[in-house]
Design a protein around this ligand. Structure first.
Ligand SMILES: [Zn+2]
Length: 290
């Protein structure tokens, strides 16, 4: 198991924003203490961004010509976002070489659609470029089919926007219903959605999670990408009880994905509470099991 991380992702912030450098810094420190092995990412190219995003959208971010209520237009954000994409790409490449890898970087990505804000979404949701989607599209140069399992407690509307109708990709999301960004209420084509009610408990979560795995097995992908969000923790400050999960639940999620015995990589999405670092740690313990 390799962790892809650069201190550079801690260099930008906006006061009082929940998607803070501190959340990733604390996680890095915990994983370092636990002797995980780290690799530095390289920024992706503009051409890589165009694998899933419209040129006009990429230019908008590059030129800082945007305003988004919760996705701040900060100096250097284009380069920070490219580094986060590059980290996901690196994790994917390590996976294809036969080892699991986790991209511990920010900003997250799953709310970023082809043209930025996905249809009906109120905002970009802290995301600039879709890290997991770009890595997935690139992987499809080497493999036939990729399944994306999105465990963040928000629906990955950007990822769905990018891959809807693409027969080589299966997108599966378990998320809170009637919650930001308001999409993912039903399954469409290759995008299988499991909207769960606010106040859901761990037992119900796993009953649904097992169903997602049946879909993955049926699809029989060559590669699994995990959109690894941890805001489903019951104490997450952004999600009103999240998906009723705790640190141990994330270990079990990791174990179940590892149990599929597939080539796989994971990319950080959300997670904002004080239990976030330990949730990542536990997920990685489960996920790295052979
Ligand atoms: Zn989230």
């Amino acid at each position: 198991m390799k962790i892809i991380f650069s201190q550079k992702c801690l260099e930008y912030w906006q006061s009082n924003h929940p998607e803070s450098p501190d959340r990733v810094k604390r996680t890095f420190e915990l994983l370092k203490e636990k002797n995980f092995e780290f690799l530095e990412p390289e920024p992706c190219s503009e051409k890589d961004l165009l694998l899933v995003h419209e040129k006009s959208y990429v230019e908008t971010i590059k030129n800082g010509e945007f305003y988004d209520s919760d996705t701040p237009n900060l100096p250097g954000i284009f380069d920070y976002a490219r580094l986060s994409v590059g980290s996901a790409i690196k994790a994917m490449k390590i996976a294809l070489e036969g080892e699991k890898a986790f991209s511990l970087m920010r900003p997250p990505g799953h709310h970023a659609g082809r043209n930025g804000k996905a249809l009906y979404a109120p905002s970009l949701g802290f995301c600039y470029f879709n890290n997991v989607a770009i890595a997935t599209r690139m992987a499809l140069n080497s493999v036939k089919k990729v399944a994306i399992i999105d465990i963040d407690c928000h629906h990955g509307n950007g990822t769905q926007d990018i891959f809807l109708g693409d027969k080589r990709v299966l997108y599966i999301s378990l998320h809170l219903d009637d919650f930001y960004p308001g999409t993912g209420k039903k399954s469409e084509k290759n995008c299988i959605n499991f909207p769960l009610p606010i106040g859901v408990d761990e037992k119900t979560y796993f009953e649904n999670f097992i169903l997602t795995l049946i879909e993955v097995k049926k699809f029989n992908p060559d590669l699994i990408a995990v959109s690894a969000g941890f805001d489903g923790h019951k104490n997450d400050p952004l999600t009103m009880g999240g998906l009723g999960l705790d640190e141990n639940s994330f270990r079990k999620i990791g174990e179940v994905i590892a149990g599929l015995k597939k080539t796989s990589f994971a990319v950080l999405e959300g997670g904002y509470g004080k239990e976030f670092p330990e949730s990542v740690h536990q997920f990685l313990i489960g996920y790295s099991k052979e």
